[in-house]
Write a protein that binds this ligand. Structure first.
Ligand code: F6R
Length: 256
């Protein structure tokens, strides 16, 4: 796993945007998209490069990591709407080629299985962007989720509901369930890039990067992936022990 430590959220966004930019210009066809606050600096930078530097996303396929269950279609906080506002509206990505699980479907269990099959049929995802929850979740795979899970119906922890209450009018409005790509599904991607900023992510980052591989910290599954990069600002890196080593690696990186 590669650990990149930068000064702030904008710098982290630039590093991740560089990775996506390079992949897209080198022929990547499929992107995996996270929602929430963490990737916003990435998406702003990608939108800028599209606008100012001709970076094109035409023809690309994109898959969302997850979706709340029970929000009516078109709800502004559904992840389908969030990604449209935060990214798709600002690129030449074809909106019909940005897929996510349907959280309003009558049968979420069948929807989860079908979504996994679509990802497998169109995958592997070339670059998967990830955030991390303060409890170590990725997607909505909460602590103790199977490290090999496929896309499934999950119950959100109270911590995650509290953390996400900022997006809703009242904390009770945060859904209790979601469809999420499983950890096994996420790890099918060729390249995992996780971005985390802020002190509130420091404990989760330390557990994911330097703790044991354990379902209690779902993001620790990145330790098993052959190509994973974790991009953190100094606040999110503040509980890491091996920061000197990560800086040494970054300063002496051999280019392929
Ligand atoms: C959202 C997702 C989640 C978030 C995580 C962090 O699609 O997959 O794992 O990345 O909850 O959320 P923020 O970035 O809002 O702190």
């Amino acid at each position: 796993m590669e650990i990149v430590i930068v000064a702030n959220a904008d710098a982290a966004g630039t590093v991740v945007a560089d990775i996506v930019d390079h992949a897209v210009r080198s022929g990547a066809t499929t992107l995996g998209l996270a929602t929430g606050s963490s990737p916003q600096s990435v998406y702003r930078e990608l939108a800028r490069r599209h606008r100012d530097e001709g970076l094109t996303f035409a023809g690309l396929q994109a898959f969302l990591l997850d979706e709340y269950i029970g929000l009516p279609e078109g709800h502004p906080e559904s992840y389908a709407q969030v990604i449209r506002r935060d990214l798709v509206d600002h690129l030449d990505l074809d909106a019909d080629r940005v897929l996510g699980p349907d959280g309003a479907a009558a049968d979420p269990f069948a929807t989860a299985i079908a979504y996994d099959e679509v990802i497998v049929a169109n995958g592997p995802v070339d670059v998967q962007i990830l955030g991390i929850g303060a409890n170590g979740h990725i997607g909505f795979n909460e602590p103790t989720s199977s490290l090999k899970s496929r896309t499934w119906v999950t119950t959100l922890s109270e911590q995650t509901r509290r953390d996400n209450a900022r997006f809703f009018e009242s904390p009770e409005d945060v859904p209790r369930h979601a469809i999420t790509q499983g950890l096994g599904t996420i790890c099918d991607a060729r390249y995992l890039v996780l971005i985390a900023t802020g002190e509130h992510k420091a404990t989760a980052i330390a557990a994911a990067v330097e703790g044991p591989l354990a379902a209690v910290c779902p993001a620790s599954v990145l330790q098993m992936h052959p190509h994973a990069t974790v991009v953190v600002d100094s606040a999110a890196a503040s509980r890491l022990r091996l920061t000197d080593f990560y800086k040494t690696v970054a300063d002496h990186k051999l280019q392929t």
